[in-house]
Structures are given as structure tokens and as C-alpha cells.
Design a protein around this ligand. Sequence first.
Ligand code: URA
Length: 432
Amino acid sequence: MRMVDLILKKRNGQALSKDEIEFMINNYVIGEIPDYQMSAFTMAVCFNGMDNNEVSYLTHAMAFSGDTVDLSAIRGVKVDKHSSGGVGDKTSLIVLPLVASIGVPVAKMSGRGLGHTGGTLDKLEAINGFKIELSNDDFINNVNEIGIALVGQTSNLVPADKKLYGLRDATGTVESIPLIASSIMSKKIASGADAIVLDVKVGAGAFMKNINDARELAEIMVSIGNNLNRKTVAILSNMNEPLGYEVGNANEIKEVVDVLKGKGEAKLTELCLELASNMAVLGGKYTNKAEAHQELNESISTGKALEKFKEFVLAQGGNVDFINDYKLLPQAKEHISITSENDGYISSINAEEIGIAAMLLGAGRKVKTDNIDYAVGITICKKTGEQVKKGDVIAIIHSNGQHTDSIAKTKAAFEIQTSMPTVDPIIYDVIQ
Ligand code: URA
């Protein structure tokens, strides 16, 4: 087999076979196929796409290109959750202890964030003492004993994706739906998931800016999961405005606890309950989502979900005193209020602009080697659809230094109009 023939085949709009795709990925990972040939191939995929079988073959070949995680020592159906990424997205930290509290085992590997704010691991490290490294035995024991563990990804998980992602980034081929779908799903499959719930975000602060592209991505990922015997559900959710009130790291941890205490912002809570209900059904705990939803709601109102979060933090070395005293989380030195310049209604809050403003404060990384300042971030005090009066505080910037650009960006992110706007739902659709 010759790579040039596979490039020609894709360039001419033909579908590749399983053997051809395996040949290509295996040889690319070991350096037998050079980057220039792979970049010609990815560009051909950008123009001609891939059918559902090809994307499944590609995902499978990528998933098994390096180490895979064996979760068979954990009892029960292991359901993973993935978010395509957004601003203020702390759902994993709410949903995972929540489902664990009703007996769905959570054995999760997460990544660090590159962009607006830290990823799930970075946010957890805002908690004093929290360790994201566990030995394999401790990881499995924690899940079997308390139902939940969350660790950093092993370094040789899906090397094909690491190589391909870097190449796509440098060759203008990131925005290809089959390539995005195989990149995401290969990591879930290599991480040992039996079933997968995907949160595909749509809007200003998301990778997918419009609902049609997001739906196409979600449908392909669900089809890959089902082709590879992993039951998969995708939720299409709104990422036009930041999710919840907090954007940052320590302040997002505080909001996680607020939701688990039953005091969360309504849309954030609604999305978490939808994600968790789907996980509970895929995990075989319930046959219908309404029952799962009710039990999860009860778990919040009775304090069971918060108790599970505490157990999880303690088991990974974290100090839980902050749960009753948020001042024990890292605190910024300055808190600058942004006020409304007019009377009216908030008609939009551009999530991407808020995300960049938070990153400029130090809440996220511009490049992989940047350090994160856990204490800084932005609190959104008024959400889309709310009425405001001139002078009302609409956002607070938590800063440890340079903040001029963040103030300007945060102000510019808010649009205020005189009439009541129509407010989009948080959940657009569920695809299965
Ligand atoms: N996230 C991924 O993991 N891969 C992509 O290609 C895009 C987003």
C-alpha cells in the first residue's frame, strides 16, 4: 500500500477501507508516513469529507494507536462525559459527583485547559492539597470504594491524535467535522468508556458557532460510538453566554459547590441534570430519564451529592473546609465592578469575549507553558434576559494586577436593549 494512492483516493472523493485507514494511522504514528503526506490527506478530508464507516475506522485506528485504559476491574457500566468546551463550563465537576452519588461509577481522565480558563484538572488544583495524580491501583480502588476518581491523562494515550492535532493546527485543517469527531471519540474510547455522554456546545463561546454544524458533529460522534459498541448520547447546548455566573478557576469551584448545595444558577443546574440523567440511563441505573432526573434532584436536595463531592476531594488529598467558607479558596487582591450604562434588558453576553477577558487576567493559558492564577476571573452578575438599571453591577472582575483590557472586553461583551429580548433555551436538542 502507498500513502500517495490513499491521498489520491480521498482527493477524488472515494471512501477508504478499514485496512487502508489502519495502514495510514499506524505508519504515521511510527514516522513512516511524513507530515507532508498526512497534511495533504487531511486537506482532502476537509474538502471531500468521510462517510460514517470511514470515520469509525479512523476513530478505532487512532484509539488503539497507543496505550489504552483498562477499567474492567471496576464494577458496573463506566459512562464517560465529554464537553466540546465553552466559557464557564464547570459541568464535569458537578455532574460526576452527582451521578456517583446515585451509584453510577465515575472513572475519569481529564485534560488541562488551553484557552479561556483552566480545564477540569486546573480547576481542581485551585483546591488546597488536591492531587490529580493517582497510581493505577488507587484510581481503581477509589472508584470501587467511593464511586469516583478523576486523574490526568496518561502521556501515551492516543499518540495519533497528538500528532494529527498539531499538524491540523498548522495546516488549516482543524475545522473538519470528521477529523474533530474522530479526535474526540478516539480519546474517549482509549480511556476505557463503556458508554459516552457528549455535551456539544453551540454559539459565540464554542468551537461550533452554528447549530447545523454542531448537529452534524453530534450525529457523527453518536454514530461512531454506536458503531464501536459504546452507547452514545449527545446534548446540543447553548454557549452564547458564559455558563453560570463564574468564569475562572477558584470562583468556578465555588459555583460547583453552590449547585451541589441546590443554590445553583437555573440554566447551569438544568444542563447538569440533563447530562447526569443521560449518564444514569446509559449506566443502566434507570430505564427512563424522568426517574433518573428525580433521583438526581433528590440527591442534591438531601445533600447526598455534596457529600459525594466531599468524599471525592478528601480521597484525592484536598482540604474540604472551603465548602463552608469560600474565603479559603484562592482570593484575588482586587474586585472591580462593571456597571450598566443604561436602563434596559441584557440581550446578550458574548461568551468568547468574556473568555478572552478572563484569560488576559491570568485565568487561562495562551500557550501550554503558561501558569494559571487560580484566584482571578469574572463573575457575571446579570444574565441574558434580566432587567437592569443604569449603575447596576453587571459583572465583577477579580484581578491580581493588569486588568485594563479585561475591563474593556467585559464591558463590550454585554449588550443592553430597551425591550425584553427572547431568551434561547440552554438545551437545544438531545441526539441518540
Ligand atoms: N477537541 C478535540 O479533542 N479535538 C478536536 O479536533 C477539536 C476539539
